[in-house]
Design a protein around this ligand. Structure first.
Ligand SMILES: Cc1ncc(COP(=O)(O)O)c(C=O)c1O
Length: 451
């Protein structure tokens, strides 16, 4: 198996940067203008993470296609980093949302859609009661705060390599056996030793030991890590996680924001998990800000009991625009008409096509890489076997290769999520788009190994 030389990657990168810049005069001009009044030259600093010499500016998007301001059309496998996982403005959604705008956007009153939504979420995800937020970050923040209050304990436990949004207490990593603040995170003042415990994913003994101290209110976990490359759970990991959290009387919160790629009820539904709470945001309102968090019957009764007893329902949790009429309608339309079994059947078939194409190129060209998939979410990694935890990801990561593969694909009309090698499929993704990705991927690898 061939290891890929850094010099070859660097030479290809120089050529791809020139090709990119030469073909996008309008994006280049807008990027220059943006520096004047947008922090770091972008409306969201993360948009600087694209591996191109400057950011592509989008003109419009439809289905699984993005068109940029220079007229380039991209097969979109980034899909707004999951925010558009069910396609850009699916027709059933766009039509009904246009009419909704005429009825007022936010009232500090529930609409009938809220009642429909609560019942649908209980049916779909199997948890009794639900509350709303605007982002997955906030859903996680609110779920953890309720959990701490209910459990009467100060800490949360997360897995090394996790990402659950911008909650300061989750932005930690393991350095050896020491918990450290995640590099690059800005302005967090709480000492993580007072808020957080962190253990390796797939290590149930470590988890058990960390919970023995009795100071952890909840475990906040993705069912598989999807934000530091992709790390699948070992067989039996989820049974162990559930058994250990129950034994220590610790609340288990499953964050399905990315693993909703597993099916209409997420990984929880697909694998029969039994969390005490569940959080989910990003694609469930077609890109309109909305998120949900659910409670088991028992936890809901305890949370409601606390509020009834104090007579105070403001809780310091919520947000003025949460559960506004627009996001309620958007979630209703999405769950009614778009996030369906039929949609997933197509998404899975397209993702299998990506997985096959990537695996074939890896095998045919003899590179020591792997590919893995959770439903409609595919990830390839520059190591011979799927990773088991974030330590392995860090040790095996090749940023230079990552950057090159992204830019190489972008230059050939294929968009991959900028943060790592993640590809998503939508109900609108076509076999031609899958073929375009696989051709670009195979061509890049062939050139890397000198074929
Ligand atoms: C698993 C998971 N949870 C929560 C979030 C936070 O989502 P948002 O940025 O929409 O708040 C993310 C974002 O990537 C995520 O991947």
């Amino acid at each position: 198996m061939a290891e890929i030389a850094a010099e070859r990657v660097a030479a290809m990168m120089r050529r791809e940067r020139e090709r990119f810049a030469g073909a996008r005069p309008r994006s280049r001009a807008l990027s220059e203008q943006a520096k004047a009044h947008l922090l770091a030259g972008a409306p969201l600093t993360w948009m600087r993470e694209w591996q191109s010499p400057f950011t592509v500016f989008a003109a419009e998007a439809c289905g699984a296609e993005v068109v940029d301001v220079d007229g380039h059309v991209y097969a979109d496998f980034c899909l707004g980093d999951t925010g558009a996982m069910f396609g850009h403005s699916p027709p059933a959604f766009a039509e009904r949302m246009r009419a909704t705008l005429d009825g007022g956007v936010t009232h500090m009153l529930p609409t009938e859609d809220a009642v429909w939504l609560g019942a649908e979420l209980a049916r779909r995800f199997g948890l009794a009661r639900w509350s709303l937020a605007l982002t997955a970050t906030d859903a996680n923040r609110f779920a953890c705060r309720f959990a701490r209050q209910i459990a009467g304990r100060p800490k949360i436990l997360v897995f090394d390599g996790c990402y659950h949004g911008t909650l300061g207490e989750t932005l930690v990593d393991l350095d050896g056996n020491r918990m450290v603040r995640r590099a690059g995170s800005v302005g967090i003042v709480e000492d993580p030793d007072t808020t957080t415990r962190v253990v390796d994913f797939n290590d149930l003994d470590q988890l058990d030991r960390a919970l023995t101290q009795g100071d952890v209110a909840c475990v906040l976990a993705e069912p598989a890590l999807t934000n530091c490359s992709m790390v699948q759970p070992d067989t039996g990991f989820h049974d162990g996680l559930r058994e250990i959290t129950r034994r220590h009387d610790v609340i288990l919160i499953i964050d399905e924001t990315h693993t909703i790629s597993s099916g209409p009820a997420g990984y929880t539904g697909a694998q029969g998990l039994q969390p005490d709470m569940l959080t989910l945001g990003k694609p469930i309102a077609g890109g309109i800000p909305a998120a949900i968090y659910g409670f088991s019957e028992e936890l809901a009764a305890r949370a409601e009991g606390m509020m009834e007893a104090s007579g105070d329902f403001s809780t310091g949790i919520g947000g003025t625009l949460s559960a506004n009429a627009l996001s309620l309608r958007a979630m209703r339309v999405m769950f009614e008409s778009v996030i369906t079994e039929a949609a997933y059947a197509h998404m899975f078939a397209m993702a299998q096509g990506l997985e096959r194409g990537i695996a074939d190129a890896i095998e045919n060209l003899g590179v020591p890489w792997h590919v893995t998939r959770i439903g409609a979410r595919v990830e390839y990694g520059f190591g011979p076997r799927p990773w088991r935890n974030a330590r392995e990801v860090r040790a095996g990561r090749r940023r230079d290769l990552e950057r090159l593969m992204h830019l190489y694909c972008l230059n050939r009309g294929v968009m991959v999520t900028p943060f790592h090698n993640m590809l998503l499929t939508s109900p609108a993704t076509t076999p031609d788009q899958v073929a375009a990705h696989n051709a670009a991927f195979a061509a890049a690898v062939a050139e890397l190994v000198g074929e």
